[in-house]
Every structure is written in C-alpha cells, then in structure tokens.
Design a binder for this molecule. Structure first.
Ligand code: NOJ
Length: 520
C-alpha cells in the first residue's frame, strides 16, 4: 500500500471545465497547473483527472483513440509532464484515468481488428464468428459495422468496443479463455500503458469500470480479479508507490483483486446513495420525496448506510481503503438535493471518516446542477460538468473566450456561488471545507487509518469515534441527545463545531442541524 494514500484527500477535475488558459473556451492542462495553489489551499493533496487522452469525445473522453497521447484540446504530453512536476513540488499527487475495458472504435487496434484479413489485433476485441448473431447472456453486440465476418461486443456506448480479456467459462468457439495468448496480450498492452504514464511521472490511476474485464465472470469476479492481481504484482515490483483506485463499488472484491481503494457509488438502493441522493425527480427535474440522511426535512436513517458500509469496512480494513465521494462527473451535483448548510454537515462526515475521500471540483462551493442538453455523450450527466465558477466576472472567471464558445455554459445566475465570493465569507461552504481539511490533514487519527468505532447510530443522531476524537452529527431539524458511555462521564474538549453541538460530562446534546468534533 503506498503510504501517501493514508492521508490523501483527492480533488477530481473534469479537465474540460476547470480552467481555460488559452481562451479557446475549453479547460486545459496548463489551466490546471495555474490552479494548483488553489487546490493545495483547499487542503487537497491529490488529484484525479478524468481522461485527457486523444479521443473523438463521444463519451467525454472515455472513448480513447490513443492512450499515450494527450488530447490536443488539453495541450501536449509535455504539458502533462509539467503538471506532474509542478504538482509534486507542491506536495500534490496525480492520478490519471485508466480505461482498461474498452477503447474508442477509432483506436488503431480496432481499425486493425475489424479487418477481414487476420492480424495481430484480430482477437484484441471480442468478435463472434458470423455476421449473423443476435446475442444473449446480457452481452451487447454490434452487427453490420465491419468487413470481417462477425459482430463485436461493446462495453458501454456503441463507440466503445470491449477489449478481449477472455470469457471465464467459454461456451462458444469464438469465446477465448482468459489464459489464451491473445487475452494475455491485451493485459500486457494494458500494462504497457500503465508503465508509460508511471514512467512519465503520474502517481497511479483511477480505474474505469474495473470489474468489466473478463466476460461471463462469476459472482466473485474471479476472472477479472486474476487480471488485476497480475497487474498489482507488477506494480508492487516496479512502482510500489503507485496507487490504484477502482470504480467497482464492492470493496470486498476489489481490494482482494489488488486495488488500494474502491469508490462507493450512488447505485440505486446503495448505502452511499441513502446519504445524499435518495430522491426521485419531478417532471421539472427537481428532487421529490428526498429521504437522504443529510436532508434536514427527510427522515433518513444512518442505518441504511451503516448496514452496507460496516460489514465491508470490517472485512477490508486491513487490506485497503474505501473511498467516499462528494459526487463525480456521473452523479447529480450534491447541491441538487442539499442546501449549503446541509452540505456542510455532510462534509463534516466525509472528511472525518476513514478511507480516502474525493471532492468533485465545484462541490466545495456548492455549484449547481444545471439542466442542459447533453454534450459529448454526457446526457443527464452534463449538468454536473459545467465550468468552474472562480468569480462573478466574465464566464465566471473560467475563460476569456466569447461566452458562445464555451465548452458548456456557465451558471447564468448572478448570485451563483464563486470561489472569490466564498473566500471572503468566513462562514461559507468553501471555508468550512478548508477548516475541516486542515483538521484532517493535521490529525493522523482523522485520516485513512481503520480506527472507526460507532458509538451511537439511531435515527438522525450519529456518533462515532476515531482514536481520541468523538464526532457527532445531527442533520435533522429536531434536537437530539445521547449519553456517551465510552466517556465514563469524563469531559472532552471541543475541536470544531457547526450549529449547537455540546458534549459535557459525557452528555452529547445536539441542536437541530449540528456537527461537532471533540478530543477525549
Ligand atoms: C464510467 C465513467 O465514469 C463514465 O463517465 C463513462 O461514461 C463510463 N464509465 C464508460 O467508460
């Protein structure tokens, strides 16, 4: 396990929308470099940048045409190297986005693979042996697109043919076993990409659809896990400081497969979703029946989160870390449901839980979700990908281009949150995030280490312990109190609070919408 992950706090950047340094209306790598001090000042010491590689951008860059080339819209490979160097000088690590399960249909491998004449790349993707094939087994096939006599499997959109890591139990002649030399060649090609960027100075990868490699895998994902364990072995030998964070949302499987950390995502019915995104939308796209735990008016219950989280945490705590997120480029913005006051309590929780937290750019100021037509395969995700709001000037400080040229429109509201305005306001969401991160970064007991102990989890009141720290939160409207037996009537000194939070002589009294940290 790379030691640095233990106190890492990540900031996720959607490069299209962070900062445009060359006035072409789209964010770029030199733009990120210019904002490194902001990121450091926020208290984040690591970055995850969404794919910034050459791509036709039919899925925001998750359709890669050349893994080893930075997309010209973001700059050059030299700009990325310069970003790694500057970031490292400031104590910031950088994860790139690794897309192992599919490429763009425009990737040179696919162009070769689709040819009728057999070649080195014929089995780099998964093809049937006849142009007539209607599918089955929950696998999606595309027919009628290639000169070779077969149809191919996709991993996500039509433009994203699945790379061939084999089938766990092949049932047809065209299904290769994972140890077939051509499937091993796919894995080795992936390693080559990993080595290329690690040698170039990156610190690891966020791994897209990490569970999607071997097809018809079993419930334990044994085929896919074997591929990752092999890659992890290579990393342990050659790049032991490199981190792998999976988009998998199943820590017991992913951490056993060799990932250092795994994201909990907002899958329907998941524990993570119950915290901040447990709502339906009305016809206008506004959240209805919001029962999220952090919603003041909801009657959400922390048990829905803990029932999933705690068994996973207990099972995996010696092996790796769990990553909780404020949101990401696929989820609705946090502020779609939570007010700034509600979001502040959520950040109190996010930044005092074990594991590796991820903050999505703009969530620190409560940027709004905008109802926009989709862009580059974003569909309803587009509203969470709008330009960062640096100030209230032209294009909210994102770009000096004419506003009609922007990658996506900025929030048109005059009073839309901005970094500049919130920096001046001591009680802003931005300053709350900074204060919480200062505390986390200063206290090893509030970082990644597995020292979580639940003291009280009933209805709206949640109290937990991390080493000497007692943390309590009550997102509901009504006050709530509980005696903390673990304190034996002893006092604890206040470290941080929001709203009316008190812990005296072992009695924890929480006003409506409050949060507190004490040292015992
Ligand atoms: C998950 C990524 O986060 C998402 O943005 C992308 O569309 C799919 N994987 C496909 O790569």
């Amino acid at each position: 396990m790379p030691q640095w992950l233990e106190d890492a706090v990540f900031y996720e950047i959607y490069p299209q929308s962070f900062y445009d340094s060359n006035r072409d209306g789209i964010g770029d790598l030199p733009g990120i470099r210019q904002k490194l001090d902001y990121i450091r000042g926020l208290g984040c010491n690591a970055l995850w940048i969404n794919p910034c590689f050459d791509s036709p951008f039919k899925d925001g860059g998750y359709d890669i045409r050349d893994y080893k080339k930075v997309a010209p819209r973001y700059g050059t490979n030299g700009d990325l190297t310069a970003l790694f160097e500057d970031a490292h000088k400031k104590g910031i690590r950088v994860l790139l986005d690794l897309v192992p399960g599919h490429t763009s249909e425009e990737h040179a491998w696919f162009q070769e693979s689709r040819k009728a004449s057999p070649n080195e790349f014929s089995n780099r993707y998964i093809w049937t042996d006849s142009w007539i094939y209607w599918g089955g087994e929950n696998i999606r096939f595309i027919a009628g697109e290639a000169e070779r006599n077969g149809v191919y499997i996709i991993n996500f959109f039509k433009c994203q043919p699945a790379l061939n890591y084999g089938f766990l139990n092949p049932k047809e002649g065209w299904q290769l076993p994972p140890d077939h030399p051509d499937c091993i060649a796919t894995r080795e090609a992936l390693k080559d990409i990993i080595r290329f960027w690690l040698a170039g100075g990156c610190d690891g990868f966020r791994v897209d659809m990490a569970d999607s490699l071997v097809k018809n895998d079993d419930h334990q994902k044994s085929g896919t896990s074997a591929v990752w364990r092999n890659i992890r072995e290579m990393l342990d030998n050659e790049y032991p400081e490199a981190a792998l964070v999976s988009e998998w949302s199943s820590p017991p499987l992913s951490l056993k497969a060799g990932f250092h950390s795994d994201f909990l995502l907002d899958h329907p019915g998941s524990g993570y979703q119950s915290l901040v995104r447990d709502y339906h939308l009305d016809a206008e796209g506004r959240p209805l029946q919001d029962n999220s735990f952090f919603k003041k008016s909801g009657n959400g219950d922390i048990g829905r989160f803990l029932n999933q989280y705690m068994p996973w945490y207990e099972e995996t705590k010696e092996r790796g870390l769990i990553s909780l997120i404020s949101g990401n480029h696929d989820t609705p913005r946090l502020s779609r449901s939570l007010s700034p006051e509600e979001a502040a309590l959520f950040y109190g929780f996010l930044f005092t839980m074990p594991g590796v937290p991820f903050l999505y750019y703009g969530d620190e100021i409560g940027m709004r979700y905008l109802d926009l037509p989709g862009r580059e395969g974003g569909y309803t995700r587009t509203g969470s990908r709008t330009p960062m709001q640096w100030n209230n000037g032209k294009n909210k400080g994102f770009s000096a281009a004419a506003s009609g040229r922007l990658y996506l429109p900025v929030d048109p509201e005059a009073g839309a949150p901005s970094v500049e305005a919130q920096e001046k306001d001591p009680s802003s969401l931005l300053n709350t995030v900074k204060a919480l991160l200062r505390l986390r970064r200063a206290e090893p007991d509030l970082q990644g280490r597995p020292n979580l102990e639940i003291l009280h989890a009933w209805g709206r009141l949640f109290v937990y312990r991390r080493g000497p720290f007692i943390i309590a939160l009550n997102p509901g409207e009504a006050p709530a109190s509980v005696r903390i037996e673990a304190l034996n009537g002893n006092s604890a000194s206040g470290v941080y609070s929001l709203g009316g939070a008190k812990l005296e002589n072992g009695l924890c009294e929480m006003g409506g919408q409050s949060f507190g940290i004490w040292r015992s």
